[in-house]
Design a protein around this ligand. Structure first.
Ligand code: WT7
Length: 661
C-alpha cells in the first residue's frame, strides 16, 4: 500500500478490500436495501414518508417539493413543525421523560445528566427568558459557548420561539465574532465566562467584550453562563447572568409550529473569497434529513444506543448530530467539553467505557492522532460496547480507516479479547451546505471499503462529472455534483443570494457544485479526493486561503501573500503562507511569530499558518494569477512541477534560494 496519507487517485486505485456486514448486524439493521429501492422508485414520496416518520407536524404538508424558484428549494412548505417540540416535549408526552438525553462530561471531570424531562424544562425556561429579553420569531441570536449543555439548550430555545441561532465556534477571535454578529444583526449573544482547555481555564467572555467594545452593533443583551468561575468584566448595560435570568424563568412554555421553511439557523463557513458565508438552513427539510440519516447511517436503536458525536456545536456536525438529530430521534448521547488528551491520552476511551458508548462519530484527524499516540492506550480500556464507528470532515485514508476498525472496532475488553466481527465503519461525506449526510454507507447493507464514503444515502442523487459537466464513467475522476434538490440543502447565503447562485450553481448548468474532487471506482462507488477550490481542510475545519491571505496583507509588514494547504500526516492539511514583506521589521523582531499572531487575532487560532516563508517574489502567470500549485510543491517538499506558464521563470529559483538561507 502507498505510504502517502491523503488519498489521491493513484493510491486509491490500489485499494481493493471490502468488508460486508456480519449476518448478525445485517439481521438487526434499521437501514435496508428496500429503502434505496423505494427512494429510487419515488424520490419525493420517499422524503415525504421520512418527514412524517421522523417528525410530528403541527400542520401536515400537502406539497413535498417546490422547485419553481430554483435554485432556492421549498420543502414541505405548507406544513408547520416545531424543532424543539420534536426534540423534547413529544418524547416526554410519550413516556420517555426519564430517558437520559445528555450525559455531560466536563473537562475537569464534573458531570451532569439531563433526562428528556429535565432538558425540556430547561429549554422552556430559556425560551421564556429569551422572549422576556425581547427576542421574537425571526430575530437572530449569536451563540459563543463551549461544549456544555447550555449550548444545546440555547439552540433549542431559539428554535422553539422561531429565533434564528448563529453559533460561532469558541475558537474564533473577537473580530471574527463581531463580523458575524454584524452580518446577522444579532440581538442577543449567549456566552460563558469561559471553559477548560487541558486543565487550564480558557476565557470566552473577554472576546465578546472586545467584539462589542466598538459602537454600532445590534446587540441588546449578553447572557453569560458561569462555567469556569473566572472573573469577568461586567457591562451593566448589556450583561446578565444565565443563572439569574434563565433558571428563574417560568417552566411552562407552549411550542407552536413554525412554517417548514422558517429559517432555523445561520452558520458561517469559509468560502473561496475572504468573507465567510452565512449558510441558511430552514426547519422541516433540514430536520427530516438530519434525523433520517442519523437513524440509518448509524443504525440507531434509540432505546439501547448511547451515541457520541465528538464535534463542537460551532460546526455543522455539532448542529445536525449533537443538537438536532439525536434528540429528534429520542437517543441518549454523550457530550464532552474538553480535549482528547486531558488529563491523559486515554480520556475518550475512558468516557466510552464509562457511559457504554455504542456509536462513536469523529474525524480522521482525531483517529490519526490516536494512531500516533499508540494502540496501547485504547487497548487498555473496555470498548466492547461500540457497535458502529463513524468518520466525517475530510477524506479518511485507508490506513486510518483500517486502524479504526482493527484497534477500536475489535476491542472487546481490557483483557485483550477481540470481537469476532469488527464494528462497521461509516465514512460520511457532507458539508455545512448540505445540512446532513449525503454520501455514506448503510452499515447493515453496504460492503464497506477503507477510504470510501461510497454511495449516496437513500433519496440523494450525486454524480461525478468532467470539466464540461458530463458524467464520468467508472474508474474515472472529476467534480462532485448533486443533481436533484434535497431536503437538508441550504436555502441561500444570508444577505447575499447572488453569491449563493454564483458559488454553487454557476459552474455546471442545473447542478449543485460541491467544490470537491471525486472518483468513481470500478463498482461506481465514490471516493472523495479533497477540495478543488481555494478552501483548505485543517483537522476537518474549513479555512479559506483567500481569507488568510487578506488577513496577512492587512498587516503593515506584508506587501503580498499566498496561502496553500500542504499535506499533513495528522491534520490532513496544514496552512503554509508565502509572504513578501514591504518594510523591514524592527531589529530582532520575529516576523513569523508576529504574523502568525496577527492571523490568530484576526480570524482565530485555528487559522494560524503552521509555516510562514518570507520570499522575494511569488510565482504568477502572465495574467497575474498566483500559481498555488507550485507553492504547494515547495510547501510539501516536492520537486517543483511545470513552471513554463510563469511570467518570470526565475521566481521559483529565487524562492528555493530564499528558503535555503
Ligand atoms: C468539506 C465540508 C460535514 C461536516 C464537517 C465538515 C470535506 C467532509 C468528508 C468525508 C471527504 C469530506 C469536503 C467537504 N469533507 N466530510 N467524509 N470525506 N471529505 O463540514 O466545514 O462544511 O466542510 O469537508 O471537502 O466539501 P464543512
Amino acid at each position: 500500500m502507498s505510504d502517502t496519507h491523503t488519498p489521491t487517485l493513484d493510491n486509491l486505485s490500489h485499494e481493493t478490500r471490502s468488508f460486508a456486514p456480519s449476518a448478525e448486524f445485517a439481521a438487526n439493521a434499521i437501514g435496508s436495501s428496500a429503502q434505496y429501492e423505494a427512494a429510487t422508485a419515488d424520490r419525493l414520496g420517499y422524503w415525504a414518508d421520512q418527514a412524517r416518520k421522523t417528525l410530528t407536524w403541527d400542520t401536515d404538508f400537502t406539497e413535498v417539493l417546490d422547485w419553481s424558484g430554483a435554485p432556492v428549494a421549498k420543502w414541505f412548505a405548507d406544513g408547520k413543525v416545531n424543532a424543539a417540540y420534536n426534540a423534547l416535549d413529544r418524547h416526554v408526552e410519550s413516556g420517555l421523560g426519564d430517558r437520559v438525553a445528555i450525559h455531560f462530561e466536563g473537562e475537569p471531570g464534573d458531570t451532569r445528566t439531563y433526562t428528556y424531562a429535565q432538558l425540556t424544562t430547561a429549554v422552556k425556561q430559556a425560551a421564556n427568558a429569551f422572549e422576556s429579553l425581547g427576542v421574537a420569531k425571526g430575530d437572530r441570536v449569536a451563540v459563543y459557548l463551549p461544549m456544555i449543555p447550555e449550548a444545546v439548550i440555547t439552540m433549542l430555545a431559539c428554535a422553539r420561539i422561531g429565533a434564528i441561532h448563529s453559533v460561532v465556534f469558541g475558537g474564533f477571535s473577537a473580530d471574527a465574532l463581531r463580523s458575524r454578529i454584524d452580518d446577522a444583526q444579532a440581538k442577543l449573544v449567549v456566552t460563558a465566562d469561559g471553559t477548560w482547555r487541558r486543565g487550564k481555564p480558557s476565557a470566552l467572555k473577554p472576546a465578546v467584550d472586545e467584539a462589542l467594545a466598538k459602537e454600532g452593533h445590534t446587540v441588546e443583551n449578553v447572557l453569560v453562563v458561569k462555567r469556569n468561575g473566572q472573573d469577568v468584566a461586567w457591562n451593566d448595560g448589556l450583561d446578565k447572568w444565565w443563572s439569574e435570568t434563565i433558571d428563574t424563568a417560568d417552566v411552562e412554555h407552549t411550542a407552536v409550529g413554525h412554517e417548514a421553511e422558517h429559517p432555523l439557523f445561520v452558520l458561517y463557513t469559509s468560502g473561496t473569497t475572504g468573507k465567510p458565508k452565512g449558510i441558511i438552513h430552514t426547519t422541516g427539510g433540514y430536520l427530516t434529513q438530519a434525523a433520517a440519516t442519523h437513524r440509518d447511517t448509524f443504525d440507531l436503536h434509540p432505546e439501547s444506543d448511547v451515541f457520541w458525536c465528538t464535534a463542537d456545536i460551532g460546526w455543522v456536525t455539532g448542529h445536525s448530530y449533537v443538537t438536532y438529530a439525536p434528540l429528534i430521534n429520542g437517543a441518549t448521547q454523550v457530550m464532552y467539553e474538553g480535549t482528547p488528551d486531558s488529563p491523559h491520552q486515554g480520556r475518550w476511551w475512558e468516557i466510552i467505557e464509562k457511559y457504554g458508548v455504542t456509536i462513536l462519530y469523529t474525524a480522521p484527524t482525531a483517529i490519526r492522532t490516536f494512531m500516533k499516540w499508540g494502540r496501547q492506550i485504547p487497548d487498555s480500556y473496555d470498548l466492547s460496547s461500540l457497535r458502529v464507528l463513524g468518520s466525517v470532515g475530510e477524506p479518511i485514508n485507508p490506513e486510518a480507516w483500517m486502524w479504526y476498525r482493527d484497534v477500536i472496532g475489535t476491542n472487546n475488553g481490557k483483557n485483550g479479547e477481540r470481537k469476532d466481527h469488527p464494528t462497521p465503519i461509516v465514512d460520511t461525506w457532507w458539508q455545512t451546505e448540505t445540512g446532513a449526510h449525503m454520501i455514506a454507507p448503510l452499515p447493515g447493507v453496504t460492503a464497506t471499503k477503507p477510504g470510501s464514503a461510497q454511495t449516496p444515502v437513500p433519496g440523494i442523487t450525486v454524480d461525478v462529472v468532467d470539466e464540461m459537466g458530463v458524467s464520468v464513467g467508472n474508474g474515472e475522476g472529476g467534480f462532485l455534483v448533486i443533481r436533484d434538490p434535497w431536503p437538508g440543502m441550504l436555502r441561500g447565503i444570508w444577505g447575499d443570494m447572488d453569491r449563493y447562485k454564483d458559488t454553487y450553481w454557476s459552474r455546471f448548468e442545473g447542478m449543485y457544485f460541491a467544490g470537491d474532487g471525486a472518483k468513481k471506482d470500478e463498482d461506481g462507488d465514490i471516493w472523495l479526493l479533497g477540495r478543488v477550490d481555494d478552501v483548505m481542510n485543517v483537522s476537518g475545519h474549513r479555512l479559506s486561503t483567500t481569507e488568510i491571505e487578506s488577513s496577512l496583507v492587512a498587516h503593515p509588514y506584508v506587501a503580498e501573500a499566498a496561502v496553500v494547504g500542504a499535506k499533513d500526516e495528522t491534520t490532513g492539511e496544514a496552512v503554509v503562507a508565502f509572504v513578501i514583506l514591504q518594510i523591514e521589521p524592527e531589529a530582532g523582531e520575529d516576523v513569523v511569530a508576529t504574523l502568525r499572531n496577527h492571523v490568530g487575532k484576526d480570524i482565530g487560532p485555528i487559522a494560524k499558518p503552521r509555516h510562514i516563508l518570507v520570499v522575494p517574489e511569488l510565482p504568477k502567470t502572465r495574467s497575474g494569477k498566483i500559481m498555488r500549485r507550485l507553492l504547494k510543491d515547495v510547501a510539501e517538499g516536492r520537486e517543483v512541477g511545470d513552471a513554463t506558464t510563469l511570467a518570470d521563470n526565475t521566481v521559483m529559483t529565487q524562492i528555493a534560494e530564499s528558503m535555503r538561507k
